[in-house]
Every structure is written in structure tokens, then in C-alpha cells.
Design a protein around this ligand. Structure first.
Ligand SMILES: [Fe+2]
Ligand SMILES: [Fe+2]
Length: 290
């Protein structure tokens, strides 16, 4: 398929995604032919990147780690707990069925990794870094019950996992509070771990998260995620600045589309960054917009 055809079809998706019935079967078929391989390629590319990134936990400096309690519950123990992936897989399957973007192992591991990295670069303690990685891994397991209030239900499911590993109650409460506060409808940065989770979760916008390969049924979330070909949360240690850098294919979604669904998330990120004594920035296609 020629690039020009590609852009024209993308334009058709934009125009007709709400009136898909008016499209001929042939047009729908051709749209799928363009979009499905692109999502597949993005998933493969990103899966390799996430596997590499998350194979090792984000390490605190060696001097900090030496002081850490050797009896602490580690990210590896939580990852290996039999309930962790059972909940995550069930959550993702349920959300996929009702048309949501990917919320499974990949999103969970990446969010944990990004959250831990934010705290490491902003020089928080070794234990806070590890708790952020654990909170990220578990933050969306409540979707195995229902999308609504999945922060609150997920916090309680996480409590079961962490209690069974004998995590001290104060750490369990920190993680429950972070998970219960990660949704933009009602969440607040109530701790360093919660703030890191908010920044990490809201920065995972990417084509590889679209699970629907039929562009004629794309909603605005699919369109914006499909349009995001790169996303990176850059942390400047000296300037204490956390910047979400996005590359958006404006053939597929406008910057306005992005703001329509992400404005409340960006406000939440700004507050989370402030909680960590830093500033939040957003750049789209190399232009600073916040
Ligand atoms: Fe969530
Ligand atoms: Fe999430």
C-alpha cells in the first residue's frame, strides 16, 4: 500500500469512525489491512523493549541497597506470586472484551519500571523506589473485578497478595493508597509512591496499547493511542523536571483529541510532580505545550 493511500485511509478513519455503517465492506477491509499490521508491528517492537526494560528491577544506588532490609518483600517475590499474573491476565481479558486498550502484564511492568525510575532519578530512597515498582505492577489488577472503581478494588486485592508475603502493614498501606489514588476521576498524589504511579501510568500512551484492529470502530482513546508512535517520560535530576515527550501522528488524531481525553490526566501529573518537588512538562512532536 502506497504512503499516499495510507494517509487517505487514515483520513477516512478520522471522518467515518462514528458512522462506520456508511462505509463499504471493501473500504472497511482495506482500512483493516492498513491498521492491523501497524498495531502488530508496534506491539512486537514494544514487547521486546518492555521485556528488556523490566527484566531487571530498577536499582537504587548500591550504597542505598546495602542498607536495605534483606528480609523486605521484593518486586521479584510479588511478580512470582501466583495471583499477580492471574489477576493481570483476567483484567486485561475483560477490558479487551469491552473494547479497552491494553491493561495487562506489559502495561503493569512498564508502569512499575517508569515509576521506580522517576523516584530513582529524583533521588528518593531505595525502598520507595522498590515500592513504586510493586505498586505499578499491581495498580490495575482491580480491572479483573470491574473497570469502575478498579483503583479501590485493586488496592484490596493487592493487600491479599502483599499480606501473604508478610509485607509490613505500613508498606501495604502505602501501596494500597497509591493504587486507590491512580485514577484521574478521584485520585490524588498522597505519597511519593502514589505520585510516581500517577506519572508512570498516565505516560503510557502508545500505538501498541490498541487491542482493536478494526479502525472503523476506533473510539477517541484508540485513535489517540494509535496516533502515539513514541512516548517517553524524561526526568531531569538537576532541574527536577519530569517531561512527557510524545510523538503523535496527526494523520490519525489531532493534538486537540489528545487534550480532550488527557487534560485531566495532565493536571493530575502536574500535581504529582509537584508532590515530588519537581515540575511537570509536556512536549508533543518536539513542541513544549506545558
Ligand atoms: Fe488504572
Ligand atoms: Fe494503568
Amino acid at each position: 500500500m502506497e504512503m499516499r493511500d495510507d494517509a487517505r485511509l487514515a483520513d477516512e478513519v478520522e471522518k467515518f469512525s462514528h458512522t462506520a455503517d456508511t462505509l463499504s465492506l471493501d473500504t472497511k477491509e482495506r482500512m483493516r489491512d492498513v491498521v492491523a499490521p501497524k498495531i502488530k508491528a508496534a506491539v512486537a517492537q514494544r514487547e521486546a523493549m518492555v521485556a528488556e526494560l523490566t527484566s531487571q528491577p530498577v536499582q537504587a544506588p548500591a550504597s542505598e541497597l546495602a542498607k536495605a532490609d534483606p528480609r523486605r518483600v521484593t518486586i521479584t517475590q510479588v511478580r512470582n506470586h501466583p495471583h499477580t499474573y492471574a489477576y493481570l491476565d483476567a483484567a486485561n481479558n475483560q477490558l479487551k472484551l469491552i473494547g479497552y486498550t491494553e491493561h495487562g502484564r506489559r502495561h503493569a511492568a512498564l508502569v512499575g519500571h517508569i515509576g521506580a525510575n522517576v523516584l530513582r532519578r529524583l533521588k528518593f530512597s531505595a525502598r520507595e523506589i522498590e515500592l513504586a515498582e510493586i505498586a505499578g505492577l499491581l495498580h490495575d489488577i482491580g480491572n479483573s473485578i470491574n473497570r469502575n472503581d478498579h483503583g479501590q478494588t485493586g488496592a484490596l486485592l493487592a493487600k491479599d497478595i502483599l499480606s501473604s508475603l508478610d509485607m509490613p502493614i505500613d508498606e501495604i498501606i502505602t501501596i494500597m493508597g497509591a493504587i486507590g489514588n491512580h485514577e484521574e476521576e478521584r485520585g490524588h498524589a498522597v505519597s511519593t509512591v502514589a505520585a510516581a504511579l500517577i506519572l508512570a501510568d498516565k505516560s503510557d500512551v502508545h500505538r501498541s496499547r490498541v487491542q482493536n484492529s478494526d479502525p472503523t470502530t476506533f473510539d477517541i482513546h484508540d485513535r489517540v493511542n494509535y496516533a502515539a508512535t513514541k512516548s517517553f517520560l524524561r526526568v531531569d535530576t538537576e532541574q527536577r523536571r519530569v517531561t512527557l515527550q510524545l510523538t503523535i501522528d496527526t494523520e490519525m488524531a489531532s493534538v486537540m483529541d489528545y487534550f480532550e481525553i488527557f487534560l485531566s490526566r495532565m493536571v493530575m501529573c502536574r500535581r504529582a510532580a509537584e508532590f515530588l518537588g519537581s515540575r511537570f512538562g509536556l512536549s508533543i512532536n518536539d513542541v513544549s505545550v506545558l
